[in-house]
Design a protein around this ligand. Structure first.
Ligand SMILES: [Zn+2]
Ligand SMILES: [Zn+2]
Length: 223
């Protein structure tokens, strides 16, 4: 990655972390004093290397764990409000934003529509008997990453997962508790606000998933 591309990556991430706001191509050009062609090339490179996800208009939809649109989760700090890309991303945000020791994460249960919320800190998993359900096996998360994020949700409990699967016709993915979700999220994006940064590739992160307490072929792990 060129120095310019890394500067733009960092500018995008730091703005998301500090303000909850996405960076348009125009904003990135103004912020870094780079010309439009350099910014366009950097956006394409960052998308190719999976640092950002672009919408049809060429602007940022996701810079994991941050989203520029509502994907079902809000993450509210004392000073800043973020969209979380999914359950995993939302639980990761408090681990990345040093100025916010505690956030309120809110969503609705896809099974019954009930509003759900937790206070999430960096110190320990939140209380709660809700469960996460991830639909897309880890080996395929980047096939359509926006669709993957949209289907990484939190439900009231197993009965709501079952009701939602019956209604949608999807096959059951991976179901786990909030403590496991919190451990999964805690270090996944570590270093993303620093430079240089090397992404974790989900398909090559077996040890990380095992340590978080996840099991099974869904996660690329033997039982
Ligand atoms: Zn429910
Ligand atoms: Zn996500």
């Amino acid at each position: 990655m060129t120095t310019d591309t890394e500067r733009i990556r960092l500018a995008i991430y730091q703005r998301f972390a500090e303000t909850g706001q996405s960076s348009s191509r125009d904003y990135a050009a103004a912020e870094t004093a780079l010309d439009d062609a350099t910014v366009d090339l950097a956006f394409e490179t960052l998308a190719d290397q999976r640092h950002i996800v672009l919408g049809e208009d060429g602007e940022i939809v996701l810079a994991h764990p941050f989203a520029s649109i509502n994907l079902g989760f809000s993450v509210m700090g004392e000073h800043t409000l973020w969209w979380g890309g999914c359950a995993w991303d939302s639980f990761a945000i408090p681990h990345l934003v040093a100025d916010e020791p505690s956030v309120l994460i809110a969503t609705t249960c896809p099974g019954c529509g009930k509003p759900l919320a937790w206070t999430v800190t960096r110190d320990h998993p939140p209380e709660g008997s809700e469960v996460a359900h991830f639909l897309t096996p880890i080996a395929r998360v980047w096939d359509d990453v926006l669709d993957t994020c949209v289907h990484q949700r939190i439900f009231c409990g197993e009965p709501c997962v079952d009701a939602w699967l019956a209604e949608t016709g999807y096959e059951r993915g991976s179901v786990f508790d909030l403590a496991t979700l919190w451990r999964l999220a805690a270090h996944w994006y570590e270093g993303r606000l620093n430079t240089p940064y090397r992404r974790r590739e989900p398909a090559q992160s077996s040890a990380y998933f095992r340590k978080a307490g996840l099991r099974g072929a869904f996660w690329g792990l033997e039982e």
